[in-house]
Design a protein around this ligand. Structure first.
Ligand code: RB5
Length: 159
């Protein structure tokens, strides 16, 4: 399993602790920044991880910012991404089993490294259940496709 990881400054410390604590997993983590607690813009990092997961270069993504919210909002703009902000174990399991979520976002100002480790382990090991949940995700995809088409036809040349 290959997992793309990134943070902004608000999630940087949590990212470092999480990557260290998850090092026993048989998972390849690739860190796409940022590399310090100097302030950066979370969309720059969320978009990289989301694109890489969407094209299949990575099986899943983990995004860390102050709240986990801006990262998820940004990642969900990329077609095929189902990013969720999760800060509890029940939701981590449910969102994999029911939503087939492919990016986990967490907030370094919300939870500590112990809880983040537990949540990430659950997220990365829980399989999607399929069945009726796939039917629902097909409807989510229909919505995504519908608005993608709308946007395409709405684009007007600027000159
Ligand atoms: C940065 O101050 C903060 O806004 C960011 O880390 C994140 O929480 C955004 O959703």
């Amino acid at each position: 399993m290959r997992v793309a990881v990134a943070s902004d400054h608000g999630g940087y410390a949590l990212k470092k602790e999480l990557l260290a604590s998850l090092s026993d997993l048989v998972v390849e983590f690739v860190d796409f920044g940022c590399d310090s607690e100097v302030a950066v813009d979370y969309p720059d990092y969320a978009s990289v991880v989301a694109r890489k997961v969407a094209i299949g270069e990575f099986d899943a993504g983990i995004l860390l910012c102050g709240t986990g919210l801006g990262m998820a909002i940004t990642a969900n703009k990329v077609p095929g991404i189902r990013a969720v902000t999760v800060h509890d174990a029940f939701s981590a399991k449910a969102t994999r089993a029911h939503n087939n979520s492919n990016i986990l976002a967490m907030g370094g100002r919300v939870i500590g490294p112990g809880a983040a480790d537990t949540i990430a382990r659950i997220f990365l090991s829980t399989p999607f259940e399929g069945g009726r949940h796939q039917r629902r995700l097909d409807k989510v995809k229909d919505l995504e496709d519908h608005f993608a088409d709308q946007l395409d036809t709405d684009v007007k040349p600027s000159c």
